[in-house]
Design a protein around this ligand. Structure first.
Ligand code: PLP
Length: 397
């Protein structure tokens, strides 16, 4: 008899993780990985933040038995995250439900599953382009996923009028996934004035905003990058925020994140929380302890908090320096085009403007790995690999 799995088809590989496998197999000693979205330091190493190491030491000095956490996670973590994302006043209002999640992805998934129960017929709109997993995640949660215009290749910026027109044409209840800051993959963020127009459209049309906040602190600062979330709050909207600490705490593998739902009252938040707990309970029961304990410890211990903010600022400043150096060196290498857009972009990525053929040449001839869309991870540039990257890009331009 044939196997139960005889008809199972091979799924396509994840484009970015597939690129990683290709990179690892490349024997070129000068290879540079600008594909995956990971911040590496001036030595090309994934950092262990000092604040995180100090919190880890505290935990290991007082080992604890490993009981189950509550379904919604560590209370002190949820509260500290809510304060970071929305401010202390918002916490006091009691109208936000925040649950610990398995990274930002886990937060998105809990939100998606809850939304599917709340409004099963809704359409989800993501930016064109967006983080690869947005479409797949919301599709797998049962939604029809469409896009709103975002990137304007010619203008090297945002197709804002078209974006706004799409929001204004969306049906009431449509879920709109917005990148709170450091848009992945383009690096182009809306201005505060543009955000105000988006908020007005969301309000006027009765849309449901779902803000994905995976890079708070990598753009202009913790408060600056969180300003858009406060603006949605002040507009009196009910909306969702997924938070990731993978990048900002360099805790990728610990899977630390959260989902917050902003509701109308404390009483309503209690009912929402009860439903979020059912989503969690029926998926993985309750979250793991370690990573969230580290983040809660750092956020609530003033000395560690200050150290983390300083280290996060260090990552942000280093990325900006690399953007500037990349542009300066490309121009010194004879590239004529205006590349100032690279320094206008925010966060870990740059949509470089290179096409798929150029990206493939970069990979094949120079061992420089970026995504075929032209996305490169500028957070993986350093003084040691910059010249090789400049040589490659200058050659294929
Ligand atoms: N959302 C965006 C826009 C991202 O870029 C990423 C990570 O690359 C995530 C969510 C997922 O973050 P996490 O690894 O914490 O699940």
């Amino acid at each position: 008899s044939s196997s139960l799995f005889a008809a199972v088809e091979m799924a396509p590989r994840d484009p970015i993780l597939g690129l990683n496998e290709q990179f690892n197999a490349d024997p070129n000693p000068a290879k540079v990985n600008l594909g995956v979205g990971v911040y590496t330091d001036e030595n090309g190493k994934l950092p262990l933040l000092k604040a995180v190491a100090a919190a880890e030491k505290l935990l290991l000095e007082a080992p604890k038995a490993k009981g189950y956490l509550p379904i919604d996670g560590i209370a002190a973590y949820d509260k500290a995250v809510q304060a970071l994302v929305f401010g202390d006043d918002a916490v006091a209002s009691g109208r936000i439900a925040t649950v610990q999640a398995l990274g930002g992805t886990g937060g998105l998934k809990i939100g998606a599953d809850f939304l599917k129960r709340l409004n099963p017929g809704a359409t989800v709109l993501i930016s064109d382009p967006s983080w690869e997993n947005h479409r797949a995640l919301f599709t797998n949660a049962g939604f029809t996923v469409g896009t709103y215009p975002y990137f304007d290749a010619e203008a090297k910026g945002i197709a804002f009028d078209k974006m706004l027109a799409a929001l204004n044409a969306a049906a009431a209840g449509t879920v709109v996934v917005l990148h709170a800051c450091c848009h992945n993959p383009t690096g182009y963020d809306l201005t505060p004035a543009q955000w105000s127009e988006v908020i007005a459209a969301v309000k006027a049309r009765g849309l449901v905003a779902f803000l994905d906040s995976a890079y708070q602190g990598f753009g202009d600062g913790i408060a600056e990058d969180g300003a858009v979330i406060r603006a949605f709050l002040e507009a009196g909207l009910n909306f969702f925020v997924s938070t990731s600490f993978s990048k900002s705490f360099s805790l990728y593998g610990e899977r630390v994140g959260a989902l917050s739902a902003v509701s109308g009252s404390k009483e309503e938040a209690g009912r929402v929380l009860s439903q979020l707990k059912i989503v969690i309970r029926t998926n993985y029961s309750n979250p793991p302890t370690f990573g969230a304990t580290l983040v809660a410890t750092v956020l609530t211990t003033p000395a560690l908090r200050a150290q983390w903010e300083e280290e996060l600022a260090g990552m942000r400043v280093r990325i900006k320096a690399m953007r500037g150096a990349l542009v300066a060196k490309l121009q010194a290498a004879g590239v004529q085009q205006d590349l100032s857009f690279i320094t206008r972009q925010k966060g870990m990525f740059s949509y470089s403007g290179l096409n798929a053929a150029q990206m493939q040449r970069l990979r094949g001839e120079f061992g420089i790995y970026g995504v075929d869309s032209g996305r490169i991870c500028v957070a993986a540039l350093n003084e040691k690999n910059l010249d090789a990257v400049v040589r490659g890009i200058a050659a294929v331009l």
